[in-house]
Design a protein around this ligand. Structure first.
Ligand code: ADP
Length: 243
């Protein structure tokens, strides 16, 4: 479904991704863990080409992109296949919740306004915001804004949804409602890659857990393997610090 091979990324002279290999099956939920600065966010951004990898290939479904030769057309095609949910929501401040979701439906999916409206309402109902269609982001809590962000990503019907620490900007009492929505869409079999610090959630929802440190994948496995029987010293140290 998704295969990353030899993904490298440097900022100036510092190489922050040092040849990442990762395979994600259809419908899988992959959690990426690791200390701050280990390259988790950069990896996610590379998959959606918000950062241009210095090297490597990205397979999504039957689409292959060679990062050394990718032009506008390939990057556009890649972005059609993935959607990002950001830490800071990144909603349009001057658009309502519904308009935020409709935007991509009209611009990218080419639906007419009536169809986009209908679909937008369905999606906002799905994330529990049927009563907030006309609210502006400033009138919504962080948890509600993030649920609009998730509805907006779902609207693109991407092959994979990339979530970059989707709950880290939220007050603790709002984390649960966002995790509940992610849990629900995971159950529907949508492929997701989530960078998260929520270990309990990763353990519960992910099929596959990846531990990164220093720009490499140190270890990966099922939640039971990675949390219960970590093999690598760096993984053990990381997990120990969290307890
Ligand atoms: P993580 O998500 O694991 O905390 P990041 O991917 O955000 O790690 O960052 C990995 C490294 O890349 C860090 O050392 C960070 O300072 C650096 N980095 C990230 N983005 C940029 C950028 N736009 N310019 C320069 N350095 C960056």
């Amino acid at each position: 479904m998704i295969r990353l091979s030899g993904i490298r990324k440097s900022f100036g002279r510092s190489e922050v991704l040092k040849g990442i290999e990762l395979t994600v099956g259809k419908g899988e939920v992959v959690a990426i863990l690791g200390p701050s600065g280990s390259g988790k966010t950069t990896l996610l951004r590379c998959i959606n080409y918000l950062e241009r990898p210095s090297d490597g290939t990205i397979h999504i479904g039957d689409f292959v992109l060679d990062c050394r030769h990718a032009g506008k057309k390939e990057i556009h095609a890649l972005r059609q296949r993935s959607a990002m949910v950001f830490q800071q929501y990144n909603l349009f401040a001057h658009k309502t919740a519904l308009e935020n979701v409709m935007e991509g439906l009209i611009v990218v999916k080419k639906l007419n306004k009536t169809e986009a409206r209908k679909r937008g309402i369905q999606l906002l109902e799905k994330v529990g915001l049927g009563a907030k269609l006309d609210a502006y982001p400033s009138q919504l809590s962080g948890g509600q804004q993030q649920r609009v962000g998730i509805a907006r990503a779902l609207a693109m019907e991407p092959e994979v949804i990339l979530l970059d620490e989707p709950t880290s900007a939220l007050d603790p009492e709002l984390v649960g409602e966002v995790l509940a929505v992610i849990r629900q869409i995971a159950r529907e079999g949508i492929t997701m890659i989530i960078v998260t610090h929520e270990m309990g959630f990763a353990q519960e929802v992910a099929n596959h857990v990846v531990f990164m440190d220093g720009g490499v994948i140190v270890e990966e496995g099922s939640p039971a393997e990675l949390f219960g029987r970590p093999k690598e010293e760096r993984t053990k140290q990381f997990l120990k610090r969290l307890i």
